[in-house]
Design a binder for this molecule. Sequence first.
Ligand SMILES: *Cc1c(COP(=O)(O)O)cnc(C)c1O
Length: 230
Amino acid sequence: MLKDNYERILSEISRSCDNVKLATSKVTLLAVSKTRTIEEIQTLYDMGVRDFGENQVQELVKKYDALPKDIRWHMIGHLQRNKVKYIAPFIYCIHSVDSERLALEINKQALKYGRKISILIEINIGNESSKFGLKYDEINSFLPNLASFENIEINGFMTVAPYTVNPKENREYFQKMYELYVDNQKKKRDNVNIIELSMGMSNDYTIAIEEGATIVRVGTELFGQRSYIR
Ligand SMILES: *Cc1c(COP(=O)(O)O)cnc(C)c1O
């Protein structure tokens, strides 16, 4: 089943890319493996998947220890500052940075491990009180605050779009995110190199790709329903 799902998603991705005349290689499928077993992840790994996303530090560390070391682990959930140290040695990209204090801590831990850690800034595009992330309008005043953090590289933006029954309703949010992405690519800032736009999940990743996503985060469509919501 995992294989069928994976192949179906790959063909959906290439169809969406075709729709907007984009090379399929421009989009990364991030397999959201939270709550899934080591065996399920290994199965996808054996089919060639290398990017996996998790939202809890403890689970992430456990899976990192158990699985091949060339996996690119992405942290996509809200991250507490006191837990950064556990993932700093190996994390590939942190998608959920939404405060200067968190960025400072990531910078500090990255320095300790002699690394430069890729981060994305999370944007609360729907202005929902239940969601983390900076407001859209805060980005311009926020990015310069990170200018001295030499052990992080700000590689783009991430958003979790509002839940909708009709995913097409999120198209306008994705368009706004793309605007933010393009605007910030033009600005030259220290430690900022905008190359990724992480948006789109199981119900709307095809639309997100059409609107410029470079990373889509897919869990349910790939693995099936999670037995509990997270
Ligand atoms: C769980 C999760 C996903 C994947 O959601 P699905 O609907 O299962 O594809 C994507 N992004 C974040 C931040 C998540 O927490």
